[in-house]
Design a protein around this ligand. Structure first.
Ligand code: SF4
Length: 377
């Protein structure tokens, strides 16, 4: 809180009831005037080209504007139209995406372009429900495309919008619960200027990205400084409210290491969205107090189709993934007949070929221990 400012406690109220018509009019006027003056010059804005907006919205999912800008024009040079993108080779699209990460988005963008050309005559629909049928287009992206390209009166809600709006009304409940998220969506929709939906959505996001920052919001430069309840209370940085941290989960993971020469057998993960497509040592999860070796043998026998014997423990360490604390142990494993790497989902991998296989950090730790010879034996 700035020095010298008195804390003003305002009574709690439902967010959308904070918007009587006069107040709503002032909020809209002030934000749109601020946006007209302060908006950043971004390469997908003001071109009137729906394809540029379409590409930018996929790129901006999970990636900062500053990272997207240099990649955007290069991508557009390579695929200047929706039709060119739809007809492109998937590997060429992935290569042009390099530097942006989260390659699933490149695959979704490519697949969406193909659907638009095939089923919508190369036009990006206005109806958010049609947009949501495109691969990789969720509620946020559908609202963004509909409003930015067609002016459809659909409010977007992303992390920036949530921060700005929860501060504006000092929403005392953490986002992430269905009822609270609904309140925020209703507030965003109630605020939206329907006559300028695209500009409005960009303006709220721009305010969050450049003024209403997570730390040290520049309230004195904010067009909503007079209306903002969190600013009046001097508590802006405490919004959005945070949920209490989820409890830590302790588990153990037992891994089987089949070896051939200097290589080990890896398999491709398929069973979960987490780390899907990465390569791993075969293994099982178990509760901390359970004996993990018996389920490990069962898992390896199912995988190899024959009897498996577990040998010495090769390495043991602790590993964390989000809130899971994992006691990892890798064991020598022997199968009769010897396991094979037939098919696309298994491979014998050694230090020279490891870089060709995306692996999780847990698998990489085991591989490093094996390569160094610093095992627990
Ligand atoms: Fe955010 Fe401050 Fe503006 Fe409120 S006054 S919306 S806290 S920048």
């Amino acid at each position: 809180m700035p020095a010298g400012r008195a804390i003003v406690r305002l009574p709690a109220m439902k967010p959308s009831s904070a918007l009587p018509p006069r107040r709503l009019g002032a909020l809209r006027r002030r934000l749109l005037a601020w946006y007209a003056k302060h908006k950043r010059d971004l390469p997908w804005r003001e071109t009137g080209n729906p394809y540029r907006v379409f590409v930018s919205e996929f790129m901006l999912q999970q990636t900062q504007v500053a990272t997207v800008i240099p990649r955007f024009e290069l991508f557009l040079d390579r695929f200047p139209t929706l039709e060119a993108l739809a007809a492109a080779d998937p590997e060429a699209v992935a290569a042009a995406w390099s530097g942006l990460g989260y390659y699933r988005r490149a695959r979704n963008l490519h697949a969406s372009a193909a659907v638009l050309v095939r089923e919508h005559a190369g036009r990006i629909p206005e109806d958010p429900s049609l947009l949501r049928e495109l691969p990789g287009v969720g509620e946020y992206t559908a609202a963004a495309l509909a409003s930015l390209i067609h002016g459809a009166p659909r409010a977007v809600v992303d992390g920036n919008v949530i921060r700005v709006l929860t501060r504006l009304v000092a929403l005392d409940r953490p986002p992430g619960r269905a009822a609270t998220d609904r309140e925020i969506r209703e507030l965003a929709q109630a605020l939206l200027e329907p006559a300028a939906a695209g500009d409005w959505n960009q303006a709220v996001m721009e305010l969050g990205a450049t003024v209403c920052l997570p730390r040290h919001p520049a309230c004195d430069a904010c067009p909503w400084r007079r209306e903002c309840r969190a600013r009046a209370e001097g508590t802006a940085e405490s919004f959005p409210r945070r949920r209490p941290p989820a409890p830590v989960i302790e588990i153990q993971r037992a891994l089987g290491v089949f070896r051939r020469g200097g290589r080990v057998l890896l398999r491709r993960r398929r069973d979960t969205r987490l780390l899907e497509g990465t390569w791993e040592l075969p293994g099982v999860d178990a509760a901390p107090e359970e004996d993990a070796l018996e389920p490990l043998v069962e898992e390896l026998e199912t995988m190899t189709g024959g009897p498996v014997r577990i040998g010495a423990e090769l390495t043991r360490f602790r590993h964390s993934i989000t809130r899971r604390r994992i006691a990892v142990a890798a064991f020598e494993a022997y199968a009769h007949p010897a396991p094979t790497a037939r098919g696309k989902d298994r491979a014998w991998v050694g230090p020279a070929t490891l870089e060709n296989y995306p692996v999780s950090s847990m698998t990489a730790k085991v591989m490093r221990a094996l390569a160094s010879g610093r095992t627990s034996r």
